[in-house]
Each structure stands twice: as C-alpha cells, then as structure tokens.
Design a protein around this ligand. Structure first.
Ligand SMILES: Cc1ncc(COP(=O)(O)O)c(C=O)c1O
Length: 403
C-alpha cells in the first residue's frame, strides 16, 4: 500500500531540532514528570514500577479516567493508543476499505487526509471558511461543501474540533448539521478533539461529539492541552464493539502503551488533576496570546487574522507575492525559524505560528521573521532581535518543498 508523504510532519520531524527557533508547536509548554509525581514517596514508587508490558488497551484506571471526560462513556468505550496519531491511524485503518469514502475537514492536520487516500483510495474535502456573524469574524462550516462531500458511499466524516490550524470551534448548529448529514447516509463521525480543553479566554469547554449520535468515534490524547506530547498517550472513545475491533488493529502496530507513560497519564487525567492541567493551559494562552497579537498588529499592512477560539496557535493570512511553502523554506534556511505554512494544511497564503511555549524565545524568533518580511516588502532591513547568546542565522542550502 502506498501512502502520501505527510508533508507537515515530515518537515517538522526533519527540522524542528535543527533550527534555532521552532515556532511550529501547537500545544502548551510541556510539564515534567516531577510535577506529576508529588513528593518523594510518589517518585520512589514510580521508580519501582516493573517494566513489563502494560495492559494492551490501557490500564483500567487510565481508561476509567479518560471515560469521565465523555458523558455516558465507561472504560469499555476506551482504547488507549500511542498518541492521537495512532488513535486516528487505527480508526481509519479499521473503518475504511477501497469501496468506502471519507469526507475530511479542510484546513486540517492532514494525517487523516493521507490515511483516507491510502485506505479508501480517495479523500473528499469539505471546508471551514472565514465568515462574519454579528460583526464577529470566525472560521465556520461551509455547509454546501459538506453536502457535496458526503455521498451514499461515505463511510466516515472526519471532524477536527477545535480545529488545527484555524483554532475554530464548531457551533451547536454546525455540529447538529454534521450529525444530520452523517445520519442520512449512515456514516461514522470521527472527531479528533485533541485541542479540547485549550480554549482561549476562559471560554467553556468545547462540546464533544460523544453521546450525540450512535456512530461517533472520538480521538484525542495528552499532547496539546495537557502538555505531555512526550508521553505518547492518546485514545479512541467508541462504542464497545468498535473499540474492541480497533484494539485488534493495534496488535499489528504497537501492542501496548509504554508502561511508564500509562502510569503518568493515569496521574495526569485523574479528574481533579485534569482540571488543574486544563486551567494551566488556559492560563498560558491567556497570558501569551496578547503578546503574539501585538506582533501581528505590527504587520497590519500585510496580515489578516481571526482570533483562535482554542489551541496555542495563530493562523495568519498574509499579502505578499510568495507561496507559503516558499516562505516557510526561506524562514528555515535564511533565518533558522520553523513556522508551519498554509500549504501543509490544505490552504494557501497563511502561516501558522505556535505561541504556547517560551514567549521570550517565540518573540525572538518572530524578530527573525520580521527581517525576512521587511526584505520581501522592500523595506530597509531592521536588525533582527536575537535571543541572548544566540548566533547569527546560518544560511542553509535551499531545498524545494512540495505542496
Ligand atoms: C489535530 C491533530 N490530531 C492529532 C495530532 C497528533 O497528536 P499526538 O501527539 O497526540 O499523536 C495532532 C498534532 O499536531 C493534531 O494537530
């Protein structure tokens, strides 16, 4: 089986540890194991855990804790996976075959686009578009495109809510419409909710699709809101028979979660601690979003921007005669800064910048972005503001990035 190159992850994996300023993260600053293990007794108990295989669908306690985040779910609905990535992978592999079709929300994290093309042979796009309602701009569902994408052969509709890269959150009416369309053809709704909990400005928790329709599968994990991407813990929430079916697919991929990761995730997702971690993420967003917005304002002549509702990411439209793939490449090579280009999400002249990590470093990276933007606009180049101790950007060989 052939699979498309997952351009966004390929470039991120290749370059994120090479550049001086990595502005391509979409979660909040990671927490440490010490923060989860309160006190010496807990730390010492952790060190005594035998490194045996973990329960292959996740420990009972971890599945119990995950289930409490989804009204009406129990541990039998939960399958633990290696990140949301494997949760999506097992789901698409388990549900799709060459006869079926998959409607995929665009713009998006294009893992599911590639999986649909690999397992169903094609992916049918439907769109989130910029819209204005009661004087407020937001990213909303293009209902017509959903109707066009979903046919009698559609086996699943993929939703990413909150969305990456737009930070948009579906309204109740939009969720109801997606369910109505899915029900009409008997399709599954697969809802990637990995940014749930990371809402901006103390907004309410993004509603889950879970419990709204009998053919819903939610995928998620601890990488974004909970600041633990290195644990590689994700999950599927599905009707018990489906969770069981998808579990058997993981016999061919990873067998079990990592024992130590299962234990730490169990601590993190215990309901009271989970709420504290959500509050932590929201605190970071609340403090840091105004700072990156001040930077965006300094480019009002070329930038257009809709405030995200969730996620530590801003998606910025720019007016410059350069493709997003080329802008990404020039920033990486000439300024040693990694952003994510719109092309990697299925849109055009946009860049996505993460603001959930160290803000001093982020602003120093953005000063490097200023240097290139000034050059592209034919302005006199301002000297880049460098982080203390950082060297001049090194020029690197130009590579051509597809898309
Ligand atoms: C929408 C979405 N789903 C899944 C993932 C993968 O997450 P994980 O680290 O949990 O595998 C990402 C990562 O950026 C994402 O943005």
């Amino acid at each position: 089986m052939r699979i498309d190159r997952f351009q966004m992850e390929r470039t991120q994996c290749r370059y994120e540890n090479e550049v001086e300023y990595n502005l391509s993260e979409s979660g909040v600053l990671p927490i440490t194991a010490r923060e989860l293990l309160d006190g010496e007794a807990a730390q010492s108990a952790f060190l005594d855990i035998p490194l045996k295989y973990a329960e292959s669908n996740g420990s009972v306690l971890l599945r119990d804790h995950i289930a409490t985040w989804y009204p009406g779910a129990t541990r039998d609905n939960v399958l633990v996976s290696i990140g949301t990535s494997e949760a999506n992978y097992s789901t698409f592999w388990g549900l799709l075959d060459p006869g079926g079709r998959a409607a995929i929300m665009i713009p998006n994290y294009l893992q599911t686009w590639g999986l649909a093309r690999a397992y169903a042979g094609r992916a049918d796009p439907y769109r989130l578009v910029e819209m204005e309602e009661n004087g407020t701009r937001r990213w909303g569902l293009d209902v017509e495109s959903l109707h066009r994408a979903v046919t009698a052969r559609t086996r699943l509709i993929l939703v990413t809510n909150p969305n990456n890269p737009t930070g948009g959150v579906l309204t109740e009416a939009e969720m109801a419409e997606i369910i109505r369309v899915a029900r009409r053809v008997g399709a599954w709704i697969v809802s990637d909710e990995v940014y749930r909990g990371a809402e901006v400005g103390g907004a309410t928790l993004t509603p889950t699709f879970w419990g709204r329709y009998d053919k819903v599968i939610v995928t998620s994990g601890v990488s974004k809101t909970f600041g633990m991407p290195g644990l590689r813990i994700g999950w599927v929430v599905a009707p018990p028979r489906t969770a069981d079916h998808l579990w058997s697919y993981q016999d061919y991929t990873t067998l079990t979660p990592a024992t130590l990761s299962d234990r730490l995730a169990r601590l993190a997702l215990e309901p009271a601690r989970r709420e504290r971690l959500i509050a932590r993420a929201r605190g970071i967003l609340q403090r840091q979003l105004p700072q990156i917005e001040r930077w965006i304002d300094t480019h009002a002549d070329i930038f257009d921007y809709i405030r995200p509702r969730a996620g530590a990411i801003v998606l910025i439209k720019y007016r410059l005669p350069i493709t997003s793939a080329r802008l990404f490449e020039r920033l990486r090579v000439e300024q040693s800064v990694l952003i994510t280009p719109g092309a990697h999400f299925g849109v055009g002249k946009y860049i996505r910048v993460g603001y959930g990590y160290d803000m001093g470093k982020t602003l120093a990276g953005l000063a490097r972005v200023d240097t290139l933007l000034a050059e592209l606009q034919g302005k006199r180049q301002r000297p880049a503001v460098r982080a203390p101790g950082s060297a001049r950007p090194r020029a690197r060989r130009l590579l051509t990035v597809g898309a």
